[in-house]
Design a protein around this ligand. Structure first.
Ligand SMILES: C[S@@+](CC[C@H](N)C(=O)[O-])C[C@H]1O[C@@H](n2cnc3c(N)ncnc32)[C@H](O)[C@@H]1O
Length: 261
């Protein structure tokens, strides 16, 4: 089939033209500029329909393209790992402010997923990172990204809950960051989100299970903690005297607490 025919089919199914170019680019390896200039270019029809049919049932574009832009870089993603969200860039920004102000050298992330958060932090600093996840798949992808961005020698990634895999290193950790699963179990989510791993999304009846278990299991004295929260979860933290920061849409999004004083 030609690029011209593929674009028409894609648009006729109600999907955006820009996306069609990305999908054809993935199949052909040609740049968008080349495809725009050569609508007569022939490529594999079967591959096109395979990807189109997945999109039509809501399979996320980032999984099809195996990439997601986050903060300043393009991270590798695939099915089985959470696609990093733009609002999580605020977690990176706040962590970086803390690192700079407090001259932090050792940062841990709980629930690294694709590694987008901790790797973005390491790329902006000289910090050493410790990362955990309960998902083997997530750790595999995070390691792939850590190699891609050449921070693998500064990032120790281990399988396990919270910071259990780093019991021996725990005392050295100065800053803990996390974007944990905080969606309420009964939430109605867009069909695309349903293709993402459940353990990355759901945080119990009120979405706060992760925070409750983490805060009751760890002695945080001497550390700073920066976490992402859901838009309606700020009060849980305000009551505990945390600093709650809003995102650019005016929703509660980041919580910070300095346990050193
Ligand atoms: C919302 S995703 C965040 C992924 C990535 N940090 C990001 O922001 O794109 C949460 C991640 O935490 C992991 N996770 C959930 N509970 C965990 C726990 N108790 N300890 C460690 N990892 C956990 C999930 O497997 C998932 O990869």
């Amino acid at each position: 089939m030609t690029v011209y025919e593929a674009l028409k089919i894609y648009k006729d199914r109600g999907l955006p033209e820009l996306e069609a170019y990305l999908v054809i680019k993935k199949i052909t390896g040609k740049t968008k500029e080349y495809l725009v200039a050569h609508p007569e270019y022939q490529f594999c029809e079967q591959s096109f329909f395979d990807l189109l049919n997945k999109r039509l049932v809501g399979f996320p574009l980032s999984y099809l393209l195996n990439e997601k832009s986050f903060y300043k870089h393009n991270f590798y993603v695939e099915e089985g790992v959470l696609i990093p969200r733009p609002e999580t860039e605020l977690l990176v920004e706040n962590a970086l402010k803390v690192i700079d102000k407090e001259k932090i050298k050792k940062v841990a992330e709980i629930g690294v997923g694709s590694g987008a958060v901790i790797i973005s932090i390491l790329l902006e600093t000289n910090c050493v990172g410790f990362g955990t996840d309960i998902s083997k798949k997530a750790l595999e992808i995070a390691k792939k990204n850590a190699r891609k961005f050449r921070v693998i020698d500064r990032l120790d990634l281990r399988l396990g809950k919270f910071l259990e895999p780093f019991k021996n290193e725990y005392d050295e950790i100065e800053l803990i960051v996390s974007n944990p699963p905080y969606v309420k179990n009964n939430s109605n989510l867009q069909k695309e989100v349903m293709f993402e791993p459940k353990e990355a999304l759901f945080g119990g009846e009120d979405g706060l299970d992760f925070y409750r278990e983490f805060l009751s299991s760890y002695d945080l004295n001497g550390k700073i903690v920066v976490m992402e929260i859901g838009h309606d979860q700020g009060d849980f933290f305000r009551k505990k005297d945390w600093n709650v920061i809003k995102d650019y849409s005016g929703n509660d999004r980041i919580v910070i607490k300095d346990f050193r004083r």
